[in-house]
Structures are given as structure tokens and as C-alpha cells.
Design a protein around this ligand. Structure first.
Ligand SMILES: NC(=O)c1ccc[n+]([C@@H]2O[C@H](COP(=O)([O-])OP(=O)(O)OC[C@H]3O[C@@H](n4cnc5c(N)ncnc54)[C@H](O)[C@@H]3O)[C@@H](O)[C@H]2O)c1
Length: 250
């Protein structure tokens, strides 16, 4: 028996990067997995793709209902879909603020809202949100994105409080900079991609980028019914970036 045997998991943003790794890991550990995304190419056999935009409430509700109809219920929601934003507060337009908060924060709330009636019917209900080191540490040129991820961490704790007595656990992961298609796009757009990559690696005490599989493992830990007493936490998966203060090498 595996810990996710018999459970149904919905992973938003499961078409790429961290979400993709999480969908594959949960599937490998016995879950029936649905991927909610704008696009998802080459999903493994047996994974159910529901096309939806987390900024569109109708499409989110329809996607959740399609998953429940297909698999007969819903136990685990991984709220992972998100977009980035670069720049300081002067550079960010109102449109950018509203767009990023709509995807990264309200998107998670929409998915949780649509899923809650089904999670209440599960004896292994869990939501895991993807936060970020940007939600806990001040990073340069990330004003809008950081505000959105700080809100994800706060939303995680608020949801955990509201639903603990219904048997629904809510947690988040806070990854450091991870080796995903998103970060590769950022590197590709830098004037010197190799130098930019080296700077990002050096910023993390363990000296490298975090892998998507390492974040998926943390998400699976929080989502697992074996973690029944863990709720309201934000688990750093950042090579020590948030918690450690190293002396310079020398
Ligand atoms: N990569 C990192 O360094 C890093 C670090 C910390 C946190 N995160 C967070 O991890 C999550 C996943 O990031 P990733 O690096 O895997 O990125 P990614 O770009 O590889 O994957 C993100 C996925 O979300 C989907 N998505 C975007 N907008 C959507 C929408 N409106 N509706 C539905 N799906 C949508 C995309 O289509 C894509 O498949 C994000 O929430 C991101 O903020 C990433």
C-alpha cells in the first residue's frame, strides 16, 4: 500500500515545472491525478487534463466538477499555478498588480472555494499551496511577485484555521529559486545567462538551484494522510536561504 492509494489529487499548473513533478510523484504514489492548466503537453497515461484558467471562476468550477465526475471525489488540491513579475514598485503598473494578484492569490482562492464542498466529503482532505522564498525574504526587483507570495502564505494560514475542524489540512511550500522552465526563461532573457545562473546558485546556502522534484517531495509530504497533524505551516524548500546566515567562504 502507498500513502496516496485511492485518493484523488488535482494539481494546478501541473503542465510544467513544479506542478508537473508533483503530478508525477503523486501518481507514482498511488493517487489518481488531474492536471488543471492552460496547456499541458505529453501528460503521462492515466493523468486527466482539465483545461482551465485560474483567473476565470466559471472555468475553475467546471474543471473541479469534471474531476469529481471523472474520479468520483476529490481529496488533495495542489494550488501551484502562478506567474512571475520583475521590477520595483515604480515599474509596476496597476494592471500588472491586478494581473499577478489575480493569478497567484485569487486563483488559489477560487480553486479552494470550488474544491471545499468535495474536500469536506474526504477523510484525507488536504490543500497545499505553492508560496515562495519571496514571501518571507526581501528580494530585489520582485515587488509585485513578493507581495503575491506573502499573501499566499497568509491565505494558507487563514484557510487552515477556517477548515481545521472540518478535517481539511492546509499548508504551503516556500521554494527557493528552482530549476524549472520558468527560471530557464528568466535566465535566457538575462544579458549573461551563465553569470545570472551562478548568482542565483550562490544566493542559496547549499550552492545550487532547488530541483522541482525536491519541491514535489515536500508537497507530497504535506498532502499525505500520514501528515495528519500538520496544518497551517509554510515549509521552506530553499537550500537554507531563509533560515541560515553563513560566514563568507574563506
Ligand atoms: N521556479 C521557481 O524558482 C519558483 C520559486 C518559488 C516559487 N515558485 C512557484 O512555483 C509555482 C510553479 O512555478 P514553476 O517554476 O513550476 O513555473 P512554470 O512556468 O514551469 O509552471 C507554471 C504553470 O502554471 C500554469 N499557469 C500559469 N497561469 C495560469 C492560469 N492563469 N491558469 C492555469 N494555469 C496557469 C502555466 O501554464 C504553467 O504550466 C508558481 O506558483 C511559482 O510562483 C517557483
Amino acid at each position: 500500500m502507498s500513502d496516496f492509494d485511492g485518493l484523488v489529487a488535482l494539481v494546478t499548473g501541473g503542465g510544467s515545472g513544479i506542478g508537473r513533478s508533483t503530478a508525477e510523484l503523486l501518481s507514482g504514489r498511488g493517487a489518481r491525478v488531474a492536471v488543471l492548466d492552460l496547456v499541458a503537453n505529453d501528460l503521462p497515461d492515466g493523468m486527466f487534463f482539465v483545461r482551465a484558467d485560474v483567473t476565470d471562476d466559471q472555468s475553475v468550477r467546471a474543471a473541479v466538477e469534471a474531476v469529481v465526475e471523472r474520479f468520483g471525489g476529490l481529496d488533495v488540491v495542489v494550488n501551484n499555478a502562478g506567474i512571475g513579475a520583475q521590477g520595483d514598485v515604480s515599474a509596476a503598473t496597476d494592471d500588472e498588480w491586478l494581473r499577478v494578484l489575480d493569478v497567484n492569490v485569487v486563483g488559489m482562492a477560487r480553486v479552494a472555494r470550488a474544491a471545499l464542498p468535495h474536500l469536506r466529503n474526504s477523510s484525507s482532505a488536504a490543500i497545499v499551496n505553492t508560496g515562495s522564498i519571496a514571501g518571507t525574504a526581501g528580494l530585489p526587483q520582485r515587488a509585485v511577485y513578493s507581495a503575491s507570495k506573502g499573501a499566499v502564505h497568509a491565505l494558507t494560514r487563514a484557510l487552515a484555521a477556517d477548515h481545521v475542524r472540518e478535517g481539511i489540512r492546509v499548508n504551503a511550500v516556500a521554494p527557493g529559486t528552482a530549476d524549472t522552465p520558468w527560471v530557464q526563461r528568466l535566465l535566457d532573457s538575462a544579458p549573461d545567462p551563465a553569470a545570472e545562473r551562478a548568482a542565483l546558485e550562490a544566493r542559496q546556502p547549499h550552492g545550487r538551484l532547488v530541483s522541482a522534484d525536491e519541491i514535489a517531495t515536500a508537497i507530497a509530504y504535506l498532502a499525505s494522510p500520514l501528515s495528519g497533524s500538520t496544518t497551517g505551516t509554510v515549509l521552506a524548500v530553499d537550500g537554507g536561504m531563509d533560515a541560515l546566515r553563513l560566514r563568507p567562504r574563506g
